[in-house]
Design a protein around this ligand. Structure first.
Ligand code: MRU
Length: 351
């Protein structure tokens, strides 16, 4: 039985990008239309759209939006192409850690560079390519889900951190894709979702989308994971990824590394679920992954309300951490589950 998820996070519609506004989930479930490249840049930076694969698609849409504006401004094809390539490079700087953004924008850059068409034709080709990337994202996630479901024990409780679900992708999800495929085979599994401070993607988004699909979920705060592991209540951990180095070191939402250490200590399998587009073979290890620093308000406030009384307190707010490859049981991809030695299995997956 295939699991049918109701969620489609982002899609290209004629001349604009339509996406779920993730800053207001779960209080509201509403769509916003992004109509210019600059609006898309801000939507990615301000996390209206978030999650590595979803911001990849958003970046690809952003290139079309810039193209539509430049079409009105440029007097020649040459001027249009050169200005568009510059805007595409700029779009890649909207967030630094998730490599899917650079990957998807590079796919659009290939289209621009290889096109023999006039300006109108280039824009049409960019649209076709973006829709292809959207469709592929869902297909890839279903494959990841099905491979991952094979290692989910019967009746398992799966711990996840952040949101690597349908709302972090076009649909179905990576880590939550594994949950969806496993649930289709065995409806006695359940999820424990870490709250995920500071932006609370676990509390706000993971619980919301699993509840929407009728999959049992329990919310815990970030510090509780080892408590439940020690009690024998967690059977496996599955999380997503923002960038995976050639040796398997994996950047994911801040707090993931702590969960991986706790899982190792308690002998609990710790899996990453991610498409091959999240693997950056140009970097040897996690040391080279750029880590996004975000604003102090994310730490001092929740939903605009101050939670820290001490005005001017020092704050450091890295958005991601890197889990060393030694702590990772397997990387679940659309080509199957990659196992250590990751230098070897990752290289083979790209053959
Ligand atoms: O800052 P976010 O919400 O974009 O971070 C998201 C994550 O860390 C996800 O786990 C990751 O992007 C994988 S999404 C399939």
């Amino acid at each position: 039985m295939e699991f049918k998820s109701k969620i489609k996070t982002i899609e290209w519609v004629d001349t604009y990008s339509k996406m779920v506004d993730q800053t207001v989930v779960p209080y509201e479930y509403k769509f916003v239309n992004i109509t210019t490249g600059d609006e898309m840049f801000d939507a990615i930076r301000n996390m209206i759209v978030r999650g590595a694969p979803a911001i990849g698609i958003a970046g690809a849409h952003g290139v079309i939006l810039y193209a539509q504006t430049l079409k009105e401004k440029c007097s020649s094809r040459e001027e249009f192409v050169s200005a568009l390539l510059e805007k595409a490079e700029y779009m890649k700087t909207s967030r630094p850690t998730a490599v899917n953004l650079m990957w998807a924008v590079d796919k659009q850059i290939e289209v621009i560079k290889n096109s023999k068409s006039d300006i109108k034709g280039i824009i049409e080709e960019l649209k076709v390519n973006a829709v292809k990337l959207e469709n592929e994202d869902i297909e890839i996630n279903k494959k990841i889900g099905d491979f991952g479901a094979e290692v989910v024990p019967k009746g398992a409780t799966i711990l996840t951190h952040c949101n690597a679900g349908a709302l972090a992708t076009v649909g179905y999800g990576t880590a939550l894709g594994v949950v969806r495929s496993a649930y289709a085979k065995d409806n006695t599994i359940q999820v424990f979702a870490d709250e995920t401070r500071p932006r609370q993607q676990g509390a706000r988004i993971t619980t919301f989308e699993l509840a929407m699909d009728g999959i049992p979920v329990t919310l815990i705060t970030d510090g509780m994971c080892s408590y439940f592991m020690k009690k024998g209540m967690i059977d496996m951990v599955v999380v997503g990824a923002d960038r995976i180095a050639a040796n398997g070191d994996t950047a994911n939402k801040i707090g993931t590394y702590t969960v991986a250490i706790a899982a190792k200590y308690h002998n609990i399998p710790f899996y990453i679920a991610a498409p091959l587009s999240t693997i950056d073979t140009s970097i040897k290890s996690g040391e080279e992954i750029p880590i996004e620093e975000r604003s102090r308000e994310e730490v001092t406030h929740i939903n605009g309300k101050a939670i820290c009384a001490l005005e001017g307190v020092n704050i450091i707010n890295p958005g991601f951490d890197v889990t060393p490859h030694e702590l990772i049981t397997g990387i679940i991809t659309e080509k199957g589950i990659l196992r250590p030695d990751y230098n070897k299995s990752i290289a083979e997956a790209f053959c």
